[in-house]
Design a protein around this ligand. Sequence first.
Ligand code: FES
Ligand SMILES: [Fe+2]
Length: 451
Amino acid sequence: MLSKEDNDLLTRVGPGTLMGTMLRQYWIPVLFSSEVMADGTPERLRIMGEDLLAFRASDGRVGILAENCPHRGASLYFGRNEESGLRCIYHGWKFDTEGHCVDMPNEPPESNFADKVRIKAYPCIEKAGTIWTYMGMERPAPPLPALEWLDLPESHSRGSKRVQYSNWVQAMEGDIDQSHLSFTHSSLRVPEVSPGERPTVQQVAAFDKHPRFEVVDQPCGYTVGATRSTPDPDVSYTRITQWLMPFHTMTGVTGFNPVRGWRAWVPIDDFNTVVIGISFHPLTPLAELNRDGGAGGGQGARPGGTRGGVANISDDMKEPKTSKPFGAWRPLPTIENDFFQDRALQKNETFTGIREFWAQDAAPQLSMGFIFQRQYEHLGTTDRAIIQARRHLLNAAKTLSSDGASPPGVWNPEWYQVRSGGKFHGADEWWFAATEQDRKAIAGTNPDCSV
Ligand code: FES
Ligand SMILES: [Fe+2]
């Protein structure tokens, strides 16, 4: 439970809010490189309540500018992207990727007014097929977090995105809540484990629906172990999730030499979120793998015809692309059409009767209302990870506001070099010790995550 004041502090992210100011200290992933072409159409973005445009100039550099022209406010979305700048279609003012006004053709040639006009421009970094922006005040800007996939060739990763019509915190909380796995994503028909056979993760989740949760704090977030009993009393199974400030999640993957997943839960504004997911393999180009990791996923086999991952929408379940912010990534299943829930499927095959994997999460999350009022909740022992994430976020926002202290991890990119996973281990072994090597992102390795 949170007080109404803390809930407002946690969830409100517009300019000038405490949480919004804290989040702006971190680099934010916003686009895939393929979404903006040199001299091509700009992309509308809305990040933490700010309307922005991304465009790629003739020289290949990406700029992220305020959407509206500083002259009289026309949208630069309609602008001409030409000769290394974006030109407003109203009176021709032109801006470069850094926000300088480089041409003002409706003023007399002797005027130096253009030198005095700037449009808001945020720094960008393009790496591993993704574009990040920094909306904070530090100059030079801090380094990017050293997530392992950012150092892999682009062939080793694949991205996807999805817009979710709810506040970012309740969306992200679903990804660190491992308890729902035994319910929301479960099948009604889980095959029995044969004697002597190692159970699958799905079988373990069905066998033990009361995992013991332990949250171990890390320098800029935490590691969660969800430990379940297995049919073999000497063996336990622990699923490991990483949560990193302020919105990064890596949930447990399964399999041998697995495809891995990372996600960022980026607030569009107080009522909408975009989840950006990367599936990656630390050793091999994805095209060479004889399997589909599912962009943003790495969750392994799914029951009951479930489709997609946490971040990706199958093509036939997307709205036709529009020029709205993230207009290529909006799902057709929504709260208005009950996420196409199939009651016969729910009776006979899956716990939810909802086919899309992400929608199994989104249905309960959107049904809480756009911003869940956390003064009405009743948290149990399985909600420890959620409590701890809120604590980290609120502490960081309050400390930044009172002392001006940079939030954890902003200047320590190496703290992001971690992995999630899943492992069978001795029932009397501490999962954290048993997974020490597995949790480090060591280049050139990819430990198995037992199935
Ligand atoms: S409104 Fe953009 S140039 Fe006038
Ligand atoms: Fe889920």
